[in-house]
Design a protein around this ligand. Structure first.
Ligand code: ADP
Ligand code: MG
Length: 447
């Protein structure tokens, strides 16, 4: 708790548990095959958050994770875990850090095949000098929690993938670390086991209050996170809060705000009729790749704006990715389209949003049209005019277009002295240019 002076109340200001500033990681530094995998990441992760690092293969997700783990020394920038830089630790301190502060699970489980499940789980405690009875008790407790107590005495290699990963989760938590890292933890599992493991991790986050940083390239897991960090080409591209979850980090994400996020902010999620753009994304974006998601975001934005109709939406969904579409199957496209239709029909906000856009479009087009007319009129005028005259001319053209001024009113305003609010153009040219303008308007000039 921190005392807020100004308000004179106690308020909770969260400290980041993981912080990086301009973090760079370069593989093979100084060699001919030197490769910079992280280009200066700056990020904050708060205690209790569930963060997903999301991005295509090879973008640097695992690199960032191992840098946080203390296993990959940065080539630049700073990294702090609970305020400390793990790369300044002695060997012993690092061991303690990696056993007690931070746990990790991998895609490939990494169980030791010659040890029983229980020994695998309790192993990290052996190094901590914990007595066997206590180790086993704690190990069994975790195995029970993750539904794998019945395989405690089997060897790791006899388990199914889902069981192995649950054992690995138990092992990672044996020393009760505050932070759990997970590198594609369900990448090797069938979809049912994957969901079970993901649900367990959610529980570890919610009930166990662990901070989780999970790497995935699979969009269907994004709804689990408080915030999703989109990683691309070794850079943290954007940081997107999941509006479905109460945020631990209070202010919104930083970085590039996409149209879809703007929409999500325009239409809060807790209104009964609120447009759930992010929910739409979450709902629609199962089983598709990072690149497809970006296309889908654009497509959803277009249908919300009324720039594409139901058929266009469906067709673009089915269209091959290489042809500019999202590239999903017809069956999925059908489901997405139906769901989208339902959401649009239910949402007054979409209608309101569309109307606002239409008005804005009309205003923009109007402004462009006026400018075109003004340019044409002045091209026909041999004299010089100043900025005030120019603004008045544009005003008058706008008034003439909207019918506020009639033809002779326009001519009068052209002729009227500048001091009196007119344009100060002599009688001959006022008459000529007015007639010319009428002609241009009647023709609906295009250029
Ligand atoms: P991701 O986990 O997002 O798939 P990684 O962090 O594993 O990506 O890798 C990021 C980039 O760094 C990739 O281009 C990869 O080839 C490169 N890379 C990863 N590990 C090494 C390494 N040990 N040596 C050289 N390059 C590496
Ligand atoms: Mg990886």
């Amino acid at each position: 708790m921190v005392k807020c002076q100004r308000l004179n109340v106690n308020c909770y200001i969260p400290e980041s548990i993981i912080k990086t500033v301009d973090l760079e990681v370069t593989y093979n530094l100084g060699k001919s095959n030197e490769y910079k995998a992280l280009h200066g990441e700056t990020l904050d992760i708060y205690s209790g958050e569930y963060i997903i690092l999301f991005g295509p293969s090879g973008c640097g997700k695992s690199t960032l994770l191992y840098a946080i783990l203390g296993a990959l020394p940065p080539s630049g920038g700073d990294i702090r875990i609970k305020g400390e830089n793990p790369y300044t630790y002695t060997d012993m301190e690092m061991v303690r850090f990696q056993q007690s502060t931070i746990g990790i699970i991998y895609q490939s489980f990494n169980l030791i095949p010659s040890l029983s499940v229980l020994d695998n789980v309790a192993l990290p405690m052996i190094f901590g000098g914990v007595a066997p009875a206590q180790r086993e008790k704690r190990g069994m407790q975790l195995l029970k929690q993750f539904g794998v107590a019945h395989v405690a005495n089997k060897f790791g290699s006899h388990l199914s993938g889902g069981q192995m990963q649950r054992v690995a989760v138990a092992r990672s938590l044996i020393n009760d670390p505050e932070i759990l890292l997970a590198d594609e933890p369900v990448g090797n599992l069938d979809s049912i086991s994957a969901e079970q493991v993901m649900d367990m991790l959610a529980e570890v986050n919610e009930k166990g209050r662990k901070t989780i940083v999970l790497v995935t390239h699979d969009a269907k897991y994004l709804p689990y996170a408080h915030r999703v960090f989109y990683v691309r080409d070794g850079r943290l591209e954007r940081d997107v809060p999941n509006p479905e979850k109460a945020q631990i980090k209070k202010s919104g994400g930083k970085g590039v705000v996409t149209e879809i996020e703007r929409l999500a902010r325009l239409f809060p999620y807790d209104t009964v009729d609120g447009l759930r753009v992010k929910s739409i994304m979450n709902y629609l974006s199962q089983d598709i790749t990072f690149e497809q998601i970006e296309r889908l975001e654009k497509l959803i934005t277009r249908i919300l704006q009324g720039r594409v109709d139901e058929k266009g939406f469906f067709d673009t969904l089915c269209e091959k990715f290489s042809g500019g579409g999202v590239g999903v199957s017809k069956a999925i496209a059908r489901v997405y389209t139906d769901r989208m239709k339902q959401i649009i029909e239910q949402s007054l906000d979409v209608k309101r949003y569309r109307r606002k856009l239409e008005l804005a479009d009309v205003a923009d087009e109007g402004a462009e049209f006026i400018e075109r007319l003004r340019r044409n009129v002045l091209d026909a005028y041999p004299g010089q005019i100043n900025r005030t005259q120019l603004e008045r001319l544009e005003d008058a053209i706008g008034a003439r277009l909207s019918g506020v001024l009639r033809k002779d009113g326009f001519e009068k305003r052209m002729e009227m002295p500048v001091e009196d609010g007119g344009m100060g153009i002599d009688g001959y040219w006022a008459h000529t240019l007015t007639r010319y303008l009428e002609k241009l308007i009647a023709q609906g000039i295009k250029q």
